[in-house]
Design a protein around this ligand. Structure first.
Ligand SMILES: [Zn+2]
Length: 640
């Protein structure tokens, strides 16, 4: 923990350890990192132990940048890069960030650009003065990734100023001696939706997730309780986003509308997926004639304020808080949050949504941490044991096969992120293995774009999938997987005779193409509606799942119409990206070290109560189990 005046200390440690030949010209805070500008990077590159020693002493992340004076021209740099990087790397594009001194290389094989032990990276830095930043060129281009990168490039000097001001704030030094840690439930407690938790110490205030309640989009109830006294949006130190589902990040841009100036910490794929989903949300709200809570302007601002982190990277986010992300196994880029507060005063692990089991898409959630006193754990399936993955897959294939053989169509509403890709892998695999006839799978909504984002970050996918992609296979592409391009095509598919499978967003039938298909397919008993994910209370999906067979829908002409559901409706539960009851209890069995407090959130009251009882029964008095409701606070450390 840094006391006031320690900036001098940091500078002294760096200057003392750097050889004079390196020629330091500036030392700056850049977000959580300390940037050291030098004229001669070769000395540092050739003696990596110098930086290692400083990192160990300061416990800070150091980045070496070069003085603009020593950077070669863009033309020369391009030539040098092309001569150093082997052609198999498949370089697609080279761009320059003059402000940060970074050269952004887009390539098919990222590893080949960096070289063995980063030897090419180092050579490029030494020979050109530019720092290499490699972006993957996926087999399907992601418009979102391209947009995010070009926006950051355009606004590079804004971003540098922002990073410097965040850096100053993080390293502002500890003022208060009176130490405590308190959390307040703002949303997603004793309910599912609008997740938000405020973490407070005398020094800092951090928000964990800021989601909407998808069941009541466009109304006041979609917001978590951001209106409480102790939450001053413009004074927050940081916002941390666990994953890119709207009930966890749908309102991040809204904070910027109300004066937030700080950073958003998340993983790179979460950043990209969150931009895509927020823009889609704005579109859906606008089309429904309601006023959106923010505009594209705030989404763009959020992009510039996002500081992406990798799993396992320990990062200072406030004078007294360090953040580390771990794989949550829920969707691409999803993270379990570890907060190390006040030099060991208290450690919080917040699972976000997590899957303690392997899926086709992702590896199992992480369960071992350096320290943990308080675990905040989601409880979506706190009272339900789900079918095994294998049974679920079999059941899904049987349902599809039955519908196809009677000449019907299968509609599967899916969230674009995660479940869509998982189900796509299951069905396409079944077709390739001839367990299903060669039928068309139509994908509609943002699924295609989300898949492109998955292919941009294969290193974060499950080990099996990753290997296939690195071999050059694209498991999401086949000629029977067809993207639906417009409303006319949608109508042709729904009204034609062809038996097929349709994967469409939104996953809970709250707007989007899935509702349009439902409108067109509902009255034919040959068809089938299959739910493969959790349906939040209050959504149309939940109503139908709970047995409603007469629903009111908006027709394509914009009129309210009563529609009878005569198609078969089934749910296949085992595909969840959430841990079921067994997996939640197994997590408590296996988590190391052992927490003292277990706080349950993200579940309906019955699920949370049932899980709390099971925990008390199974683990006797090992944990203090808490089941707070919204607006309740808990003092986790310190004296009241
Ligand atoms: Zn989620």
């Amino acid at each position: 923990m840094y006391k006031r005046g320690d900036l001098k200390n940091i500078v002294m440690v760096i200057v003392r350890n750097f050889p004079a030949e390196a020629q330091i010209t500036r030392i700056e805070f850049e977000g959580p990192e300390i940037a050291v500008y030098v004229k001669n990077p070769a000395v540092i590159v050739n003696n990596p132990e110098i930086v290692k020693k400083i990192v160990k002493e300061l416990k800070k992340r150091i980045v070496i940048r070069t003085d603009p004076e020593v950077r070669k021209s863009q033309h020369e740099t391009k030539e040098i890069i092309k001569s150093l990087v082997p052609p198999e790397a498949g370089i697609k594009d080279i761009q320059f960030d003059e402000v940060l001194g970074e050269v952004i290389v887009k390539a098919e094989k990222v590893g080949l650009v960096y070289g063995k032990n980063r030897n090419i990276y180092n050579k490029i830095l030494v020979e050109t003065g530019w720092r290499l930043n490699v972006v993957r060129a996926p087999p399907i281009e992601s418009k979102t990734v391209n947009r995010v990168i070009s926006h950051m490039l355009q606004q590079s000097s804004y971003r540098l100023n922002f990073l410097r001001s965040v850096g100053e704030r993080i390293h502002r030094g500890v003022i208060y001696e009176n130490r405590y840690v308190r959390i307040t439930a703002l949303g997603g407690f004793m309910e599912v939706g609008r997740s938000a938790i405020l973490v407070e110490t005398p020094e800092s205030r951090v928000l964990l997730d800021v989601g909407i309640n998808p069941a009541v989009v466009g109304t006041y109830d979609m917001y978590p309780r951001l209106d409480i006294d102790q939450l001053k949006i413009d004074e927050l130190d940081a916002v941390i986003v666990t994953h890119a589902h709207l009930d966890h990040m749908g309102l991040v841009p809204y904070l910027f509308k109300y004066g937030y100036k700080g950073p958003v910490y998340t993983t790179k794929p979460t950043r990209d997926l969150m931009v895509l989903s927020q823009l889609d949300l704005l579109d859906i709200i606008q089309r429904s004639g309601k006023t959106p809570p923010y505009t594209q302007h705030e989404v763009k601002k959020m992009i510039l304020h996002t500081i992406p982190l990798e799993y396992g990277e320990v990062t200072d986010i406030a004078p007294d808080i360090k953040l580390t992300f771990y794989n949550a196994g829920h969707i691409l880029g999803s993270a379990i949050v570890h907060l190390h507060i006040g030099e060991g005063l208290h450690n919080i692990v917040y699972t976000g949504d997590f899957k303690y089991g392997k899926t086709r898409l992702l590896d199992k959630a992480h369960d071992t941490f350096p320290r943990v006193e308080t675990l905040i754990m989601e409880s979506t399936y706190g009272d339900t044991v789900l079918k095994s993955r294998r049974e679920a897959e079999q059941e899904l294939i049987e349902h599809i096969s039955r519908t196809i053989s009677r000449g019907g169509k299968v509609l599967i509403p899916v969230m674009a992120v995660g479940r869509a890709q998982e189900i796509l892998l299951v069905i396409s695999d079944a077709i390739r293995r001839k367990w299903l006839p060669r039928i068309n799978i139509y994908i509609d909504g943002m699924i295609d774009e989300v898949t492109a984002i998955h292919l941009s970050y294969p290193e974060l996918l499950s080990s099996q999938l990753r290997e296939r992609i690195f071999r050059g296979e694209n498991p999401f592409v086949d000629d029977f997987i067809i993207k639906v391009k417009n409303r006319q095509m949608r109508e042709d598919i729904a009204k034609g005779d062809e038996p097929c499978v349709i994967l469409a967003t939104s996953g809970m039938l709250q707007g989007g193409p899935s509702v349009e298909y439902l409108y067109m397919l509902a009255e034919d008993p040959k068809n089938m509606l299959i739910f493969v994910s959790y349906q939040v209370r209050g959504t149309l999906g939940r109503q139908i799942k709970d047995g409603a067979r007469e629903i009111t829908l908006v027709s394509p002409e914009g009129k309210l119409e009563v529609v009878k559901i005569r198609m078969e409706v089934v749910s296949v539960e085992g595909f969840s990206g959430h841990s079921d009851k067994k997996q939640l209890l197994a997590y408590l069995e296996n988590i190391r070290p052992r927490p003292k407090n277990v706080i349950l959130n993200h579940g309906e009251p019955s699920a949370i109560r049932s899980l709390a009882n099971s925990i008390r029964k199974r683990f006797k008095n090992e944990f203090n189990v808490y089941t707070p409701t919204i607006l309740e606070s808990l003092l986790l450390a310190g004296v009241a």
